[in-house]
Design a protein around this ligand. Structure first.
Ligand code: GH3
Ligand code: MG
Ligand code: MG
Ligand code: MG
Length: 313
């Protein structure tokens, strides 16, 4: 009776795999043809506050995997219609650029299965019967690594601000918001003045240090809703949400003033660095990042022409 109840109960889960995803919670996908095992793991994982999707069947599992982008995949190797190994291979081959920690669970705890699982991209191998406490701890470690990975691919290593990849995402989110809410934002392009000279005079390492300080300075001196990105070598971009161009210009004028007073020291010599900026207010949600940057870049060019250490729109 218990089992048939579980089966009925389980069908509800299986029929509605498209749960409302809360992006702040990790999503874990569990694939196992053993329904009582699925329920056991689902309950244990949900108890941690994580979201769980479950599948008994490989085709549906594959679809859910690509639709939902789970943060961790748990897959049983012994599945009825397709071997878990085949499934693993299929999921990995379509997903070579993404990192989704994959845990294989199996009653076959022999050397060959383990080697094969790891060769096919598994990150962990847990034998059945499963020790739930150990299982949760291991899943937790995988989720942590995934979180660090996801963050690191969006952050520039030298300056520790967001990189160009994240700029794409942020810009698209901003224009989408603009279309929905009839609002506006300002994009600013910043470029250090005579930076070649800094490198030539004090060396590339000193130049790198200036870049890192500059990025941190920008991060620390803007509002938390403003986002700083390293766009290229010594060029940075700031997105100012719900900010008009003249407001962004005021902010940047203050920043230029403040930054110009920061003293850098290298081998007993001290020097100062300035930057210039161009801003462009985005009012049309259909503009793409490239065109927005191009317009802001033209303003930056004016700022350079007009003597540097200034901002233009
Ligand atoms: P301008 O005022 O016209 O911007 O003059 P500039 O010398 O800054 O000219 P430009 O912006 O064209 O040159 C950027 C220089 O920044 C070129 C390159 O040597 C240096 N640079 C780019 N990326 C890095 C980096 O990661 N580290 C260091 N140290 N230097 C970099
Ligand atoms: Mg099985
Ligand atoms: Mg430049
Ligand atoms: Mg420059």
């Amino acid at each position: 009776i218990g089992l048939s109840y579980e089966y009925e109960h389980f069908h509800e889960i299986e029929e509605k795999p498209t749960i409302n995803r809360d992006e702040s919670l990790p999503l874990i996908q569990v694939i196992d043809d053993d329904v009582s095992m699925l329920i056991l793991l689902k309950d244990a994982l949900e108890e941690q506050g994580w979201m769980v999707i479950t599948n008994t069947e490989p085709t549906k599992a594959t679809k859910n995997y690509f639709d939902m982008h789970p943060d961790c995949l748990i897959v049983d190797i012994n599945l009825p219609t397709k071997s878990g190994f085949e499934l693993l291979q299929e999921l990995q081959s379509h997903n070579s650029k993404k990192f989704i920690p994959t845990i294989v669970i199996s009653i076959e705890n022999n050397r060959n299965s383990r080697i094969k699982a790891y060769q096919l991209g598994a990150d962990d191998f847990i034998k059945k019967p499963i020790d739930i406490e150990e299982f949760i701890v291991r899943v937790n470690r995988h989720l942590r690594r995934k979180q660090l990975f996801d963050q690191s691919v969006l952050i520039d290593e030298l300056t520790q601000v967001y990189n160009r990849k994240f700029l794409e995402d942020s810009f698209n989110r901003s224009t989408n918001e603009l279309k929905r809410l009839n609002t506006y934002f300002t994009i600013a392009v910043l470029d250090l003045d005579f930076f070649k000279k800094v490198n030539d005079t004090y060396g590339h390492i000193a130049g790198d240090r200036v870049l890192a300080s500059f990025a941190q300075f920008l991060n620390d001196s803007t509002r938390s809703s403003d986002t700083v990105f390293r766009y290229g070598g010594e060029e940075f971009i700031i997105l100012f949400p719900r900010t008009r161009d003249y407001e962004a210009k005021e902010v940047l004028t203050r920043l230029i003033e403040k930054f110009s007073k920061i003293e850098f020291k290298e081998n007993g010599q001290s020097f100062f660095v300035t930057f210039s900026a161009g801003v462009f207010m985005v009012l049309d949600g259909n503009i793409d990042l490239k065109s927005a940057i191009k317009t802001a870049d033209q303003a930056l060019y004016m700022a350079k022409e007009n003597g540097r250490a200034r901002v233009e729109s």
